[in-house]
Design a protein around this ligand. Structure first.
Ligand code: ZN
Length: 435
């Protein structure tokens, strides 16, 4: 992996987690600098906004002291931007992708799909609020389940509180993360609104968050997080562009001109009667060619794991319109995980419901109940076909999914009006569909 590709494409994905309005978007603005992102085309704008992410480049000035030598910009900046203190040209250190997690409680399932592509997390806590707020708690549980080990805690909005309140809030954070994966995480005091201590955060990311070892020589596999049609209504046929998908590569490498397969592809349900336990599906994987690759505004010849990539295909945009392919998987024809419609799960239930104000006890899973399962980057409605024992259930999936045996999953139950995490598990038996 050379530094050249990293200037074009981020190789580290960091998700922001925390309660709604604790400053996630202000933080991204502070990291990207004052220059606001301009988009050359509808495609670039669409990918960035719909995926809820921003790419940030961190540079270092070799003349200035730490931490102020670390300065960040948006991904449009190339070459050697000048240091804002001494005006010397700086050196490129790292490009990261900041993935936003919806803070609102209704979106926990979406948030969990996002964790599939996070290498680390930034947890924002507003110093002027009690800690923890329900969604902060729920997000922390989610990243623990997905085994994300690198967490940075930002104590934000310090301009709005007194010194004593800041100290109390700091102690609340310490108590809250005690016994969790974030117990030894750094807590960086910042004020995102005024840009205070952002240089320290940049330094911490460069010096302490390791870039995961990626297997570039493996068969490529990409989780599709968005899909859309970039053509304006009324475009004449000769000018129509093919469908576009957005996602992140788990492993391997994709290049322009590659022939790819999307699974499960087109799904036809022969029997819509859920009660028969006997749904029959017909799946037709989509085969296509890659015509373009993009990381935000940057055109790529090839893409590697890290960051969210836009992949332009030569397929009818009707297939990709309106996120139709979200939750599907892209790879090389004949080298992909099987398409699965029924799974056995070895699972663990949590004791209490996290993320709601009254944390009720979680009841056992019962036969025939409907659950939502977060599998890969999709959330799949399913029902419990059989409770084998208190650790094992068999579930029928209402939508087939492309997944390997032994994959991690997360289990949601509808409680009051929302889907709440009740447990997690591992798939230990699958029934597959032949295509
Ligand atoms: Zn300098």
């Amino acid at each position: 992996m050379n530094s050249n590709i990293e200037e074009l494409q981020p190789i580290l994905n960091i998700g922001t987690i925390g309660h709604v309005s604790h400053g996630k978007s202000t933080l991204v603005k502070a990291l990207c600098g004052t220059k606001t992102q301009r988009f050359k085309s509808e495609l670039e704008r669409n990918i960035t906004i719909k995926l809820g992410y921003s790419n940030v480049k961190i540079y270092m000035c070799t003349q200035c002291d730490k931490p102020k030598c670390y300065q960040s910009f948006n991904s449009d900046v190339f070459g050697s931007p000048c240091c804002k203190y001494c005006n010397q040209p700086m050196v490129f250190k790292r490009q990261i992708s900041i993935i936003d997690s919806p803070g609102h409680e209704a979106y926990i399932a979406t948030m969990l799909s996002g964790t599939k592509c996070m290498d680390g997390a930034i947890m924002l806590v507003a110093a002027n609020d009690e800690c923890p707020q329900p969604q902060t708690k729920e997000h922390l549980v989610a990243i623990e389940m997905m085994k994300i080990n690198n967490c940075i805690i930002l104590q934000n909005k310090l301009d709005l509180v007194t010194k004593d309140n800041a100290r109390n809030n700091f102690n609340q954070i310490k108590t809250f993360v005690n016994g969790t994966l974030a117990k030894d995480s750094v807590i960086i005091p910042i004020c995102a609104q005024l840009g205070y201590n952002i240089d320290f955060l940049n330094m911490y990311i460069v010096e302490n968050i390791p870039v995961p070892k990626r297997d570039i020589d493996a068969e490529p596999l990409m989780n599709i997080i968005r899909s859309f049609d970039i053509n304006k209504p009324g475009t004449i046929i000769d000018n129509l562009k093919g469908g576009v998908i957005g996602g992140t590569l788990q492993k391997g490498k994709l290049s322009i001109g590659d022939t790819i397969e999307i699974r499960p592809g087109l799904i036809r349900l022969d029997n819509k009667d859920d009660k028969s336990n006997n749904n029959k599906y017909e799946c037709t994987p989509i085969i296509s060619k890659i015509v373009s690759l993009k990381s935000e505004n940057n055109n790529l010849e090839y893409a590697i794991p890290g960051g969210l990539i836009g992949v332009g295909l030569n397929i009818d945009p009707v297939l990709t319109i309106g996120d139709k392919l979200v939750g599907q998987v892209l790879g090389l024809p004949g080298k992909m995980p099987p398409i699965v419609y029924d799974i056995q799960i070895e699972y663990f239930l949590m004791r209490r419901v996290i993320g709601s104000t009254n944390e009720n006890k979680i009841e056992s899973i019962t036969e025939n109940e409907n659950l939502l399962l977060a599998i890969s980057s999709s959330t799949i409605p399913s029902y419990v076909r059989k409770v084998v024992n208190s650790k094992v259930i068999k579930c029928a999936l209402k939508i087939p999914v492309c997944v390997n045996n032994n994959s991690n999953i997360c289990i949601f139950r509808r409680i009051n009006k929302g889907w709440r995490i009740i447990g997690y598990g591992i798939i230990n038996k699958i029934k597959t569909i032949d295509v």
